[in-house]
Write a protein that binds this ligand. Structure first.
Ligand SMILES: Nc1ncnc2c1ncn2[C@@H]1O[C@H](COP(=O)(O)OP(=O)(O)O)[C@@H](O)[C@H]1O
Ligand SMILES: N[C@@H](CCOP(=O)(O)O)C(=O)O
Length: 306
């Protein structure tokens, strides 16, 4: 690794929950946060989009703070860098922008601090920081990730065989995950919990066997969060009523919202998009695919402190 070489970090967006997989299931999507990293005299962030200009340009930037904090836990001080940040992940729309930023920070610490972390270690650190493994798991591993975080332990299975396309229906207004978690109940009865778990189990089984119609039915049956978040995201109800008729086999709130996703068989996107545009003309429609690689680093940067 030579001084002056350029490091590239690329982290995909994600959708969490897929309906009943609350705080557990994540799917990586082909929108990306990218960092172009070079050695510098001091920490500096150069935003390459208008949206990113709202964030600090120095080490108080969330990505750099994350990197410094991670390195510190490995008793490592990071040499400062200049970072060009680019992203086409909409912020605070339920497409995992904060999880991507956390994963980018961990990758930055790993590369600049030469920590040599495994994917599992990155997953553990990221889950702890985010508080749940769904988005960060998808951003690290790519594909469909089903994770379980209990105390300090986090385990996951990663499935790359799912074949589907996704239509993201994104409103103009932001919805912070924190606010959207604020409307959730603090407890469910034993009976409700059993029923909600059964729906989630069957969603996973249906995704694995390719029974997409049943998977879509289970997405709509979620009992953990969508019924409570509908008041914040009125187009979820409209899409549940209309999208199935227009050929989608599944509709789910993306993460904490406000984006709503339709799941479609490859090749059936156009008629769905046309039909939904007529019903919800104020929304932004974004056809997406599954990212199967997860976070990637390429190139290199010198690790010694100046
Ligand atoms: N590239 C980034 N740089 C700095 N902070 C970011 C970045 N991306 C996301 N964030 C932080 O995460 C917040 C959005 O997180 P959140 O409410 O969880 O929504 P979501 O993760 O669904 O986009 C932003 O308001 C910002 O504070
Ligand atoms: N399981 C979380 C996922 C939040 O995802 P985000 O993309 O909205 O940050 C939740 O549903 O709160």
């Amino acid at each position: 690794m030579n001084e002056g070489e350029m490091l590239l970090i690329k982290v995909p967006a994600s959708t969490a929950n897929l309906g009943p997989g609350f705080d557990s299931i994540g799917l990586a999507l082909n929108l990306y946060l990218t960092l172009e990293v070079a050695r510098s005299e001091c920490w500096e962030v150069i935003p390459l989009t208008e949206e990113l200009k709202e964030f600090p340009n120095d080490e108080s930037n969330f990505i750099i703070r994350t990197a410094i904090e991670v390195a510190k836990t490995f008793e490592t001080i990071l040499a400062p860098c200049q970072i060009k940040v680019d992203s086409n992940i909409p912020l605070a729309r339920g497409l995992g922008s904060s999880a991507s930023a956390i994963v980018a920070g961990i990758e930055l610490a790993d590369q600049v601090g030469n920590l040599q972390l495994t994917k599992q270690q990155k997953f553990e650190i990221a889950s702890k920081m985010e508080g749940h493994p769904d988005n960060v798991g998808a951003s690290i591993f790519g594909g469909l990730v089903i994770g379980c975080q209990i105390g300090e332990e986090v385990d996951a299975e990663i499935i790359h065989s799912i074949d589907l396309d996704v239509l993201a229906v994104i409103p103009e207004e932001e919805l912070l995950t924190k606010s959207s978690r604020g409307v959730l109940p603090s407890s469910l009865s034993f009976g409700e919990a059993v029923s909600a778990g059964a729906v989630s189990n069957l969603l996973v089984a249906a995704l694995l066997t390719g029974n997409l119609k049943l998977a879509g039915k289970m997405m709509k049956q979620d009992k953990y969060h969508q019924p409570y978040r509908k008041e914040l995201v009125p187009h979820l109800q409209i899409m549940e009523e209309q999208a199935y008729k227009l050929g989608a086999y599944g509709v789910a709130l993306s993460g904490a919202g406000p984006t709503v996703l339709c799941f479609v068989k490859p090749g059936e996107m156009d008629s769905l998009m046309e039909g939904l545009t007529a019903i919800l003309p104020e929304m932004c429609f974004l056809p997406l695919e599954i990212d199967k690689e997860g976070s990637i680093c390429s190139g290199a940067i010198a690790t010694e402190i100046k």
